[in-house]
Design a protein. Sequence first.
Length: 232
Amino acid sequence: MTAFADEIKIEGGGTAINTVFLPIKKRYEKLHGDYLTIVQSSAVKGLIALNAGKVDIAAGAHPLEDIIAGAARDGVVLDRSKFVATQVGDNELVVIANRDSEVSRLSKEHLKGIFTGKIRNWKEVGGKDLPVVVVWGKETEAQNVQFTRIALDGEPVTATRHAATTYRNIAETVAAVSGSVGVDSHEMSTAATRTIDTIAIASPIYAITRGNPSAKVQSVIDFYKTEYGFLE
């Protein structure tokens, strides 16, 4: 790093941090000479930190209005007019299942039935006579909201779900628990699980700034788009 390196501070939710900002950190720092200081918390905490001037970017996979509403529920009222949300990319979500289910394709109707608890055995969708275990992340709020909107038409996920924590823990749990199924970021799918062919589910990822992005922040956004090519 040069003696004149700047520090660009980023805080936000796990989907945005793990999909966009952590993957580019080392290469961006090497090519630009500036530090990316990245904190994974939540989109709401990131926006509150941005409002307080503690970070340069609040990262989230929620629409800005949803994040502001979340802050209000936590007792922090934020002025929407102060912020600009720039879409950086899209996080592709995938449905993964334990390999013993032997199911490789699900219609939206079947997908919804499984995650809402109406379908409780894999034999109902052409698989083995095996109970369905829905794995649901506690720390994956953005993807949970997006999946619920798109795949479940706003209906709640089954109350008998098996709780996981992080994105990685969802994949690990699905790989380990017989009959299990979950939704996760595409980057977390591995050979240890079966990826289910079903409807397309994507979560937009935003870099939120106070006012328009500064030149330094814009360089981070442009770098991701150029290097990864998710958005033109």
